[in-house]
Design a protein around this ligand. Structure first.
Ligand code: TMP
Length: 222
């Protein structure tokens, strides 16, 4: 089935939010619902989505006291994973008119690495834009959640937290604030969804936010 009014390109949807906000659950539910409606859905995630990017995910996220990751190296590792993902998966899927659901993209880098003292939001935003050749999602669903609840959810789900998840609460609070600033700055693209609602409620709110975008004209990706 073709996306309405998008005869030659797909739709790029990103899911964003702090750790434990429910992105993966939403990605699974949303893909299922949209596939049921006949849309050609492809779900993917960052960092990851290609063999190299998954490898870089391990490198950047695995806590290892013998292998510290500096703030600027962290920024560039996330971007290296992303650029490979764009070339290998994202652009081919969008050119193939897929409805692409991607967990995390540049907003994650701006929110997380932007909070790093030696990076900052301005540099993170500029370098993301350049590295990704100005590729911007058509719609971003931001699952907003108190980081205390997010971190509690995570520690119930699993014992081993990754390097970023292990950051202190203050860092996660700053990440949430950075996301909310992004939503303020790009209200036409970023829709805030209440991440404390049930998975079914989050999915229903996301489908509602998505509906008008299935009618829009395609964004040029070249
Ligand atoms: P995930 O567990 O939600 O897939 O995300 C992995 C972690 O990586 C999460 O703590 C957020 C972090 N991250 C960044 O700091 N910058 C980025 O650009 C991306 C994509 C993820």
């Amino acid at each position: 089935m073709q996306l309405r009014h998008k005869p030659y390109e797909g739709l790029f949807i990103t899911l964003e939010g702090g750790d434990g906000c429910g992105k993966s659950t939403l990605s699974a539910l949303l893909s299922k619902e949209l596939a049921k409606k006949g849309y050609p859905v492809l779900k993917t995630r960052e960092p990851g989505g290609t063999p190299l990017s998954e490898h870089l995910r391990d490198v950047v996220l695995k806590p290892d006291p013998n292998r510290p990751v500096g703030e600027r190296a962290e920024l560039l590792l996330f971007l290296a994973a992303r650029v490979q993902h764009i070339d290998e998966v994202i652009l081919p899927a969008l050119r193939d008119r897929k409805l692409l659901i991607c967990e995390r993209f540049n907003d994650s880098t701006i929110a997380y690495q932007g909070c790093r003292k030696h990076v900052g939001v301005h540099v993170a935003e500029q370098i993301c834009d350049l590295a990704c050749n100005h590729l911007v999602p058509d719609l971003t669903l931001l699952l907003d959640l108190d980081p205390i609840i997010g971190l509690q959810r995570l520690s119930k789900e699993r014992k081993n937290l990754d390097r970023l998840e292990q950051e202190e609460l203050q860092f996660h609070i700053e990440v949430r604030t950075a996301y909310l600033h992004l939503a303020d700055k790009y209200p036409e693209r970023i829709i805030i969804i209440d991440g404390s609602a049930t998975p079914e409620e989050v999915c229903a709110a996301s489908l509602k936010a998505l509906e008008p975008h299935l009618m829009l004209k395609p964004t040029s990706l070249s």
